[in-house]
Design a protein. Structure first.
Length: 157
């Protein structure tokens, strides 16, 4: 039979910090890869209307955004005060929407193209005429899955 020692005190070994830099670099790399930056710098005033029934989009990577609103104060001298269309980071005309949708489709996998959604972020003070023009242009390029961005609001009767 073996002997057991009860009376001896054992010291706790020192914690090795030699792998600490590796762990720090792994965490840093993880957060750099998984963090997304702000993609679009808005050049139009955006106050989206409120709605009582809203649904959140599932896969935001398949969403293309079209912004419609009055240009911000620093752009009114060049673009006026009428509502304008913004695609990515630049002002655009209605005729530019087809090229924008086509470039968005080229960035996606062929299987994902039918799942793509076009989200219209329209200022609540914008006239419906420009929205109708945008929708007509989207119809021409078969971008028929359209979403209107809103904020959660109070139901009014």
């Amino acid at each position: 039979m073996g002997k057991f020692r009860d009376g001896g005190k054992k010291e706790v070994p020192a914690i090795s910090t030699s792998s600490l830099p590796d762990v720090v670099y792994m965490l840093l790399f993880f957060f750099m890869v998984s963090t997304t930056m702000k993609e679009v710098d808005l050049k139009v005033n955006m106050n989206v209307p409120s709605a009582s029934e809203i649904k959140k989009l599932e896969k935001k990577s398949l969403v293309s955004y079209i912004y419609i609103g009055k240009p911000k104060d620093k752009f009114t001298k060049a673009y006026g005060t009428e509502p304008r269309i913004q695609l990515n980071d630049q002002f655009a005309e209605v005729k530019d929407i087809a090229d924008y949708i086509e470039s968005e489709r080229q960035q996606k996998d062929e299987k994902e193209i039918p799942l793509m959604t076009t989200s219209l972020k329209v200022d609540e003070d914008a006239k419906m005429g420009i929205v109708t023009d945008v929708k007509q242009e989207l119809r021409k390029v078969s971008a028929l899955k359209i979403n209107y961005s809103t904020k959660k609001g109070i139901r009014r009767y």
